[in-house]
Design a protein around this ligand. Structure first.
Ligand SMILES: CC(C)(COP(=O)(O)OP(=O)(O)OC[C@H]1O[C@@H](n2cnc3c(N)ncnc32)[C@H](O)[C@@H]1OP(=O)(O)O)[C@@H](O)C(=O)NCCC(=O)NCCS
Length: 144
């Protein structure tokens, strides 16, 4: 069995460990402790972790810009996959966004992460072919 609760800043080390052990998830400066604390403070009650056997085994982080939601770092430890844990965590995020009046959510998936692509499409998420994402990085911050 597992339980779900809101992610707290004290979960940072456990979530970082999950990220380290999960192929398909990229680690950036934006995943530093300080940036994660800022993210959670800006987006209270939107990110969730699942615990089983006394440890964090999954998480999904979520934020918004006032209009749209954004999901990040959906991860479930391999031994706990295919039990509906990601689905339950994502539902928590979408329900929390809905409470804020936000009914649409985006997420980025590396084109190489074909397993995640199958997952999101299977969950009803629509692949956007009408949009290209452009990013700009300030010089000297290539891993931002
Ligand atoms: C993607 C991931 C989060 C899914 O977690 P999970 O807890 O196993 O997913 P769930 O058990 O909630 O799956 C829900 C449904 O999707 C299906 N599913 C799960 N993984 C799937 C996959 N890779 N491809 C297709 N369908 C998948 C399940 O069978 C289930 O279907 P059902 O309701 O008909 O039984 C997990 O595989 C993972 O951590 N992957 C590595 C990290 C990653 O790539 N994250 C995405 C970054 S964008």
């Amino acid at each position: 069995m597992y339980s779900i609760r809101t992610m707290a800043t004290t979960d940072y080390d456990a979530v970082l460990a999950l990220m380290h052990s999960t192929p398909g998830i990229s680690l950036r400066d934006a995943d530093s402790r300080e940036a994660t604390e800022r993210y959670l403070a800006r987006n209270p009650g939107l990110s969730f972790v699942a615990e089983a056997e006394g440890r964090v085994i999954a998480c999904v982080m979520c934020g918004h810009d006032g209009r749209r939601g954004y999901l990040q770092h959906a991860m479930v430890l391999p031994d706990y996959r295919r039990q509906g844990i990601a689905q339950a965590l994502v539902e928590c995020c979408l329900a929390a966004l809905e409470q804020l009046g936000i009914h649409k959510c985006h997420l980025d998936v590396f084109k190489t992460n074909t397993s995640a692509a199958r997952y999101w499409q299977g969950q009803g998420w629509k692949l956007r072919t009408d949009i290209d994402r452009y990013s700009f990085t300030r010089e000297g911050n290539e891993n931002a």
